[in-house]
Design a protein around this ligand. Structure first.
Ligand code: HEM
Length: 238
């Protein structure tokens, strides 16, 4: 190991492990978008810089946010090193928020009926689907900003433990809103597998990824509840 790598502070966000996380999640999203749209669907390469990169960016954003809530719960790779685990969780949350913000800007730059005919009516205005999907997306981005801002070092002390934890849990609300955002935009395509050309749409892959931490959280809550009920029943005298 070189001297410069060894001297990195332990809690530095950018380090070899987080770089690997970025490479894997963004790499998978980018390869999926390129293969599905350029190779399978024959979208011209002139649309790579914004239209296709937007698909990869939005898919990776969901992957990072989901990972932030799964590391230490479903993904147990960093359990031997709590400091590194916290750094990776923080990195995934912030990368997810940053990529979601980039996706929002990319989408607004592209927003016209020639790119997204399904979101516009014959009068050239946004349709109900277009308005609803965008509104939910904007609120999801706001909800993601809450846990991102509270990762700043002074925040746990400024907010206190309970409020800080509540803000961190806003990510679950954001993921639920993302599920709605994707369902509004994608449902029609999901129900028409003949149009997939063998590869499910990015919105369907992303919604399945977003559902993993949400279902994991629900099963943990219901597990805790049933344990509490069991304990109360055992403690209650006959
Ligand atoms: C200001 C906020 C947002 C705006 C304006 C926005 C806009 C859009 C638009 C226009 C699409 C359709 C793209 C397409 O079909 O190519 C889309 C799809 C998508 N959005 Fe958002 N979005 C926002 C927030 C978010 C957030 C916070 C996430 C996740 C963290 C997200 C994840 C996705 C994903 C995964 C897709 C599916 C892409 C696809 O099917 O190709 N969006 N969004």
């Amino acid at each position: 190991m070189s001297e410069s790598v060894r001297s990195l502070p332990e809690d530095r966000l950018l380090q070899p492990t987080t770089a690997k996380w970025f490479g894997v999640i963004f790499g998978i999203a980018l390869c999926y978008a390129i293969v599905r749209y350029h190779f399978v669907k024959d979208v011209p390469w002139s649309h790579f810089p914004l239209f296709i990169l937007n698909k990869a960016t939005s898919m990776a954003a969901v992957g990072f946010v989901a990972s932030a809530y799964l590391i230490g719960k479903l993904f147990r790779w960093h359990d031997h090193d709590p400091v590194l685990r916290l750094v990776v969780v923080k990195f995934c949350g912030l990368a997810g928020f940053s990529l979601a913000a980039i996706h929002a800007l990319f989408s607004l730059a592209l927003l016209r009926s020639s790119y997204y005919p399904a979101f516009f009516g014959a009068d050239g205005q946004l349709s109900f689907v277009g308005e609803l999907g965008l509104a939910v997306g904007v609120i999801a981005l706001w909800a993601l900003a809450m846990p991102a801002i509270t990762t700043l070092p002074m925040m746990p002390q400024a907010l206190g433990g309970f409020r800080w934890k509540r803000n961190q849990r806003m990510g679950y609300i954001a993921l639920s809103l993302v599920v709605v955002h994707l369902t509004v935009f994608g449902l029609k395509g999901w129900l028409d597998p003949a149009s997939w050309s063998g590869m499910p749409p990015v919105s369907l892959v992303a919604v399945l990824v977003a559902l993993v931490p949400l279902l994991t959280k629900l099963s943990r809550i219901s597990g805790k509840r049933s344990k509490r009920t069991q304990r109360t029943t055992e403690e209650t005298p006959d």
